[in-house]
Design a protein around this ligand. Structure first.
Ligand code: HEM
Length: 187
């Protein structure tokens, strides 16, 4: 299952990594306005996908959208009104689709670790004393390892693998779509 998910989303990962504002963190050029936008986009995507997964996986325990909400609150950014615009655009129908979506959320923690490390060198963000989402906490990677263990402990039919893969691809596309959302911040 995991190998198929990895292979079938590799191109989508490359694209999302290339176009993402997070790249500006990797080269340390990111401005405060760009960082605010990145947090808002991530919040919308994580919140919507997490809520869909939780309908089928009660033990699915990510608090990523909560941590993004903490970052946004500290920066005085309204994150509830733009949610409405995207909420209806992503759905999971069953446990297998939820697994495909969870693969994307859990796996994204690894890029998050790299980003957290480079955030320390982004001089234009020096006014932010604490990053709640890009916190560099090892717990993020722990979640990914546990996810892999859980998936590897089970057998899946070809049909299930295909279904999860389609949903993982769709989850990447949904993130891509939200990364195109670029409201102006007045503050
Ligand atoms: C600039 C942004 C990003 C960077 C630098 C980045 C970097 C990475 C790195 C280094 C890995 C680990 C590869 C490995 O050790 O095998 C990884 C894995 C992964 N990333 Fe990203 N990533 C970024 C954005 C994203 C986004 C936005 C998503 C999801 C929406 C995502 C989803 C994943 C997934 C699912 C994996 C796990 C792949 C696997 O091993 O099966 N990444 N990323």
């Amino acid at each position: 299952m995991l190998q198929t998910l990895r292979e079938q989303t590799a191109t989508l990962h490359k694209e999302i990594e290339k176009d993402n504002t997070a790249g500006l963190i990797m080269d340390h050029s990111i401005t405060l306005e760009e960082y605010k936008l990145l947090l808002l986009q991530n919040y919308l995507a994580y919140k919507i996908v997490e809520d869909e997964i939780k309908q089928f996986e009660s033990e699915f325990s990510t608090d990523k959208s909560e941590r993004l909400a903490e970052d946004l609150t500290a920066l005085n950014i309204d994150f509830s009104s733009p949610l409405v615009q995207f909420e209806s655009q992503f759905h999971c129908k069953d446990k297998i689709e939820a697994l495909g979506a969870a693969y994307v959320l859990e796996g994204s923690a690894m890029g998050g670790m790299l980003i957290a490390k480079e955030l320390q060198n982004c001089t234009k963000l020096a006014s932010i004393s604490k990053h709640h989402f890009f916190n560099g906490d090892r717990k993020n990677v722990q979640g990914w390892k546990e996810f892999m263990k859980r998936v590897n402990a089970r057998e899946f039919s070809e049909e299930e693998i295909q279904k999860a893969t389609l949903k993982a691809q769709e989850t990447f596309s949904f993130f891509g779509k939200i990364f195109e959302y670029q409201p102006q911040f007045s503050a």
